[in-house]
Design a protein. Structure first.
Length: 201
């Protein structure tokens, strides 16, 4: 019976590599972020945040001023519609105290109702309740000033007595005016066009 002899195992051929390509390292290398790099990133972010915050704060202040101007314009239109629908003279009266400025929508005489910067209103016991009272606290940075103490809306004609100019301003020199003519129509404008989107006064 013939004997089979085991053949020696063929020697493994070395892996071929492309010229100029280094052999991959057997040990994986992991590299993290150093403390200096992290501090540099934080410093850059701090500078960017410092540049953006003043601009963002200015944008918010402008939006607050515009919001108050729209609110006042809407209240003037509401006052006129209430006077006509109730067939009763209605007023908007303005006030100020140590905490800011305010206005109140109410029937009766101008002297019968007073407002406060916290948004509250107080009317004489014999006077009807006010329709609405709005306060503008000084801490919000918006101030309301008027060249008249009160404006009355006639229920039959829908006219105002007298006309008036209501000035809303902030601490950055921006101002929006609501000009009420004798027909009780409201025109919005901004002196020297300081507030974009409003016509010049």
């Amino acid at each position: 019976m013939p004997r089979h002899t085991a053949r020696p195992a063929a020697a493994s051929k070395p892996a071929l590599r492309r010229p100029g390509v280094a052999a991959p390292s057997r040990r994986a290398t992991c590299r993290g972020i150093s403390l200096i790099e992290a501090c540099a990133v934080l410093a850059v972010l701090s500078v960017l945040a410092g540049l953006a915050l003043p601009s963002f704060g200015d944008h918010l202040a402008k939006r607050r001023l515009e919001g108050r101007a729209v609110e006042l314009s809407n209240d003037l239109q509401y006052l006129r519609s209430e006077a006509v629908s109730r067939n009763e003279a209605m007023r908007i009266s303005f006030g100020a105290d140590g905490g800011g400025s305010c206005y109140v929508l109410h029937p009766a005489e101008a002297k019968d109702c007073r407002c406060a910067s916290d948004g509250s209103a107080r009317c004489d016991a014999t006077s009807p309740a006010p329709l609405r009272s709005v306060g503008l606290p000084a801490k919000d940075g918006i101030t309301l000033a008027s060249n008249v103490a009160s404006i009355m809306i006639d229920p039959r004609l829908g006219t105002s007595t007298p006309g008036g100019t209501l000035r809303l301003s902030d601490g950055a020199g921006r101002e929006i005016r609501q000009v009420v003519n004798i027909m009780a129509r409201v025109r919005s404008c901004s002196p020297a066009g300081r507030v974009a989107g409003y016509r010049r006064c």
